[in-house]
Design a protein around this ligand. Structure first.
Ligand code: SF4
Length: 471
């Protein structure tokens, strides 16, 4: 068994993954049904708030202010957590974070952990790193459990098993639950309540027998050292309170300066993510409680590098609501696995290449995994201008030599009005010889597009000849 969070390393570029994914009609059906349901619910509850745009602006400004003063607030957080009896660890990258967590678990003498709400630990491949140390990590969010039992990859930020339907989930439970603990009940049906009950029984046993928990957090309050998790299943409560040791791995951008700021995000996040006015469970804890040891691992893993980019840094405002995924026409058809990252969809297309760099085929292709329609920007509760960052990253992505030469030639022509005019006149003269289809490797462009007809006279020449249409 793998840790269930297989990494995406070595995946082909987005177009290849997407071309394969769109052939899967079941996947397209599942995605369309789920994303359209959530997006409809979101639109309904957002429309209820007359001050939604003001809230959105406030969320943006709080996050920008925090990111501008990140060092100060991180130090304030560290002091507050330590004062409240917790231990703070700083991890520059994935290896360091994994080593810290593995050492902490080993120090307890335990060989298993329960996990809740932590996409950051998927980003760093924590399950695999723990497995290499003989420690088994058990996912407890229902969708994460489905992904883990199915030896699968998450494909959505909020609903990681969105690509699975009920009957597939029933099969996974029947086939795999017994390998990981309590088996699925006899005669399990694919009714949602029956599937939820099977997961509840399976997980309850795990909660009561595991002494170490690993969590993430939605927010960290610098002023008090408080961590906050929003969830819908109650597994967060179990993970945060039952184990004797709690280790939270959180990205450094998850900070908010004060409790007052949280009020804005407690309105923005549930409405944008699950389309609810309020999420069912909000857990907050400060430092260590009696009988429990608490460790906070603050994760950088490329975030300070993102912060250094004036355009790209807005991606760090993200509160992982997944609203941008649910409205994206590309995500809806290509599915989450095509993005080769635990961060799929529009936010993944701008965050992953910044966190990981663009040296692999899949990472270099991500800024192009968009039509730039702008739907993601419209729904983002913290106003991240995703299309702007995509275009910015396209400029930084590696380009083929032929493309670079082509762009340089176009720049040379477009740079001088005289040159452009002469080139247009030459084009008009030779227009009969321009083929409808380009040859060789360039045919990829004209397979799906028509080359526009070149007019007999350019607009500039017509303007000059007719004095702007007056003659
Ligand atoms: S980019 Fe915006 S819409 Fe997308 S997940 Fe992040 S906060 Fe939500």
């Amino acid at each position: 068994m793998s840790g269930g969070n297989n990494t995406f390393l070595g995946m082909p570029a987005f177009p290849e993954n997407a071309a394969a994914a769109v052939q899967n009609s079941q996947l397209r059906f599942n995605l369309r049904k789920a994303t359209h349901t959530i997006r409809g619910k979101r639109a309904g509850v957002v429309a209820e708030l007359p001050d939604w745009m003001e809230l959105r602006q406030a969320g943006k400004e709080i996050k920008d202010h925090t990111l501008r003063n990140l060092e100060r607030y991180l130090l304030q957080l560290e002091e507050a957590v330590t004062e409240a009896g917790g231990h703070v660890h700083w991890a520059a990258d994935a290896d360091e974070a994994n080593r810290i967590v593995a050492d902490l678990v080993k120090a307890t003498g335990e060989t298993s952990v329960v996990k809740v709400k932590s996409i950051a630990t998927q980003e760093i491949g924590l399950n695999e790193a723990l497995q290499a140390e003989g420690i088994t990590a058990y996912e407890t969010d229902l969708a994460e459990l489905i992904v883990q039992l199915g030896d699968d990859w998450p494909s959505h930020i909020l609903v990681p098993a969105i690509h699975r339907n009920r009957s597939e989930i029933r099969e996974i439970f029947q086939d795999k639950m017994a390998d990981w603990g309590r088996a699925a009940p006899e005669g399990l049906t694919d009714e949602p309540s029956a599937l939820a009950e099977a997961a509840r029984l399976h997980l309850r046993e795990r909660f009561l027998s595991t002494k170490v928990a690993v969590s993430g957090a939605n927010f960290m309050i610098a002023e008090t050292g408080t961590l906050v998790i929003l969830e819908s299943e109650g597994n967060g409560r179990m993970c945060l309170t039952l184990p004797e040791t709690l280790i939270s791995v959180v990205g450094i951008e998850k900070l908010l300066p004060s409790w007052r700021d949280l009020e804005v995000f407690l309105q923005l996040l549930p409405r944008s993510s699950t389309g609810e006015r309020m999420n069912p469970y909000t857990s907050a804890w400060t430092g260590a409680v009696e009988g429990q040891e608490f460790h906070l691992v603050l994760l950088d893993n490329g975030r300070t590098q993102v912060l250094a980019d004036e355009v790209g840094r807005q991606a760090l405002r993200c509160i992982r609501c997944s609203a941008c995924l649910n409205v994206c026409p590309v995500y809806e058809r290509a599915g989450g696995h095509s993005y080769g990252s635990v961060y799929p969809g529009p936010i993944g297309a701008i965050l992953t290449p910044q966190l990981r760099g663009m040296s692999s085929a899949v990472d270099a292709s991500l800024p192009y995994a968009s039509t730039l329609c702008g739907a993601c920007f419209e729904v983002c509760p913290v106003a991240i201008d995703i299309p702007e960052v995509l275009v910015h990253l396209r400029g930084k992505a590696p380009h083929a030599r032929a493309e670079r030469l082509g762009m340089r030639a176009a720049g040379w022509v477009l740079n001088r009005p005289g040159r452009l005019g002469r080139t247009q006149r030459l084009g008009s003269r030779l227009r009969r010889f321009v083929p409808k289809r380009l040859p060789g490797p360039l045919s990829g462009w004209t397979n799906t597009r028509d080359i526009p007809d070149i007019p007999a006279e350019s607009f500039r020449d017509w303007w000059n000849r007719t004095d702007g249409g007056a003659r």
